[in-house]
Design a protein around this ligand. Structure first.
Ligand code: C5P
Length: 233
């Protein structure tokens, strides 16, 4: 992507995984390393954008140097940080792996095992959908990011191919671009290489004037370049 392509544009990127606390020492989390989100932030910055990164939990050793970063541990914190900055951003890229559910209760003291008590059951409650909310706000106010990019990590299931699930998610979330990550236990998470498809809404396809989905395999940096190039047009 030529330097200067995104001069003067503000790009908000979320990356990493959320952690939902159960008690002072435990949380529900996920396998996101934050590498893809960070690569997106770096690609946008290299293209001249003013980048803000909302970072959930990242793999150790991931270097956020030189990126304006807001830390967010829980979905609620990420929700607040993203909504705070979305209105003044030109592009939002939601690469974070956000927990769809959080524990319904939080105990301020450590949950203990006792010999007589029954095994505990963790009850979950739904988290706000940050991406869907930004899309909805834009539709209502006409303001907010011109380009909203969502992510989908799919393994596929018995009856649906990953691409089919991603098409459904694009329609359901109402974002402009959706990046499908083909995931599996040893695929993508924490790795430096990836395989993605970039899907575009009908409106975005007309704007971009090219056939979608785009298939990209390679390093997370190469995937990030491809996504940022689409979002920049
Ligand atoms: O619904 P699902 O979690 O598969 O959607 C993934 C996309 O939605 C990602 O872009 C993720 O960052 C975003 N998301 C969100 N808020 C949630 C769950 C997911 O913004 N509560």
């Amino acid at each position: 992507l030529p330097a200067g392509t995104l001069n003067g544009r503000r790009v908000l990127v979320s990356a990493g995984g959320t952690r939902e606390p159960l008690d002072p020492v435990r949380f529900l989390g996920n396998r996101s390393s934050g590498k893809q989100g960070l690569a997106l932030a770096r690609a946008a910055q290299a293209a001249g954008a003013e980048v803000t990164l909302v970072a959930g939990s990242m793999a150790s050793g991931v270097d956020l140097g030189g990126i304006d970063t807001i830390s967010a541990e829980t979905t609620e914190q990420m929700h607040a940080a993203v909504l705070d900055h979305a209105a003044e951003s030109d592009v939002l890229i939601m690469a974070a792996a956000v927990a769809d559910f959080r524990p319904a209760g939080y105990t301020t003291t450590k949950i203990k095992k006792t010999d007589d008590a029954a095994d505990p059951v963790i009850q979950l409650q739904r988290n706000p959908d940050i991406l869907a909310e930004v899309v909805q706000r834009r539709a209502q106010s006409g303001g907010g990011p011109e380009v909203i990019v969502g992510f989908a990590a799919e393994t596929g299931d018995d009856t649906h191919a990953p691409l089919e699930l991603a098409e459904q998610k694009l329609a359901r979330k109402g974002c402009d671009l959706l990046v499908l990550n083909h995931v599996g236990e040893n695929l993508v998470f924490g790795q430096d290489t990836t395989e993605i498809h970039i899907l575009a809404s009908e409106h975005a396809q007309r704007m971009l004037g090219e056939a979608h989905p785009l298939h990209v395999t390679g390093s997370k940096a190469q995937a990030a370049e491809a996504v940022v190039a689409q979002a920049a047009r």
